[in-house]
Design a protein around this ligand. Structure first.
Ligand code: KG4
Ligand code: ZN
Length: 335
């Protein structure tokens, strides 16, 4: 079964072709980062319009690259939510129209389920290969959740952020120190130039039991430290480092707790912040210490992409799940 996946929930247009026999055939991504940069954040209407412009050329591109035509498609999967309503409607409209014209099924996918299944998308050669049950740490610009995955489709929320998501905290912290949008990766890069121990911020909510997070206070700590400082480039890097350490440490502590609490021995990490190098190395190290194995998708499949949607959709279509022929999206949607 060959499934076309379409992701348009925010500011990246992602498409991919997934074959249930041969795996990922092709994928392509167009990032709108430059379009939104001058506004310091995503402008929803501009995002929708750009998805309209980019989507079909991208689909044509991956079909050509794979030597396939639209007639070879057995199904179409698209992100149905959560996300920006206008942006979601572009992907849903194109997916439904294409599927209807080809007389193949279309299926709406939950964006976070896409992220969650991304580590299963490719055989990374890890031994033992990844399969449920496992704990998932989902860390993106909109979500920070710990989920117990007992089977594919069987998800139990263990804990989540009470305010800002981890990626959002990275973005907002970068912005308040004058770094350009999108701030997360820029701040992470700068942290590499920071000196150890120059600043220290708290590890929120690690001093009490439970698996919830809160990152908004960290942002305030950074703001105060930055305002009181000499505001030089070195200080900015020092603060970036201390901030990254605080977020990573907090995530690592809660992951360890989630593994102990659930009894699972495998942890997967997905979502944009999963591309963070300090988070990756610290989790692997902590996992090794407590006898748990940590899995990540490759960094380009941590951030938004069409491959994870094609894969999640293919699993659903293969399981015989179907939906009515209607263009429906859910901007807010619990997994
Ligand atoms: O999953 P994603 O691409 O989009 C959402 O669904 O939100 O995640 C984007 C988020 C942004 O907040 C971005 O700043 C953050 O992931 N991010 C990072 C890194 N790369 C992306 N945060 C920290 N370190 C990184 N290397
Ligand atoms: Zn995402």
């Amino acid at each position: 079964m060959i499934v076309l996946g379409i992701e348009t929930s925010c500011d990246e247009t992602g498409v991919a072709l997934y074959d249930t026999r041969r795996g990922l055939l092709a994928h392509a991504l167009y990032s709108q980062v430059k379009l939104h940069a001058e506004y310091g954040g995503v402008v929803p209407e501009l995002a929708s319009r750009d998805h309209v412009r980019r989507l079909l050329p991208l689909v044509r591109g991956i079909l050509a690259e794979s030597g396939l035509g639209v007639g070879d498609l057995d199904g179409v999967a698209y992100t149905a939510g959560p996300g920006l309503v206008g942006a979601l409607l572009v992907g849903a409209g194109v997916a439904r129209a294409l599927a209807w014209a080809l007389q193949v099924p279309a299926i709406g996918v939950h964006h976070m389920e896409g992220h969650l299944l991304a580590p299963l998308l490719e055989d990374t050669g890890s031994e033992p290969p990844l399969e449920p049950p496992f704990v998932a740490l989902l860390v993106s610009g909109g979500h920070t959740q710990l989920v117990a995955v007992d089977a594919i489709g069987d998800y139990r929320l263990l804990g989540e952020t009470l305010d800002d998501a981890a990626g959002e905290a990275f973005d907002k912290t970068a912005k308040l120190m004058g770094l350009p949008y999108p701030g997360g990766p820029v701040l992470a890069k700068l942290a590499g130039e920071g000196r150890a121990g120059a600043f220290r911020f708290s590890r929120p909510m690690t001093d009490r039991p439970g698996l919830d997070f809160s990152f908004s206070g960290l942002k305030t700590q950074v703001l105060l430290a930055w305002q009181k400082s000499d505001q030089t480039d070195q200080t900015r890097a020092d603060i970036a480092r201390a901030f990254e350490e605080a977020v990573v440490d907090t995530l690592v502590i809660k992951c360890e707790r989630a593994l102990q609490q659930s009894g699972h021995r495998r942890l997967i990490v997905a979502g944009g912040v999963g591309a963070n190098r300090r988070l990756r190395s610290e989790l692997v190290e902590r996992g090794a210490r407590i006898g748990a194995r940590v899995y990540f998708p490759r960094p380009e499949f941590c951030t938004d992409n069409g491959a994870m949607i094609a894969f999640a959709g293919a699993l659903r279509l293969q399981a015989g799940l179907s939906e009515p022929d209607e263009v429906r999206v859910q901007p807010r949607w619990d997994m």
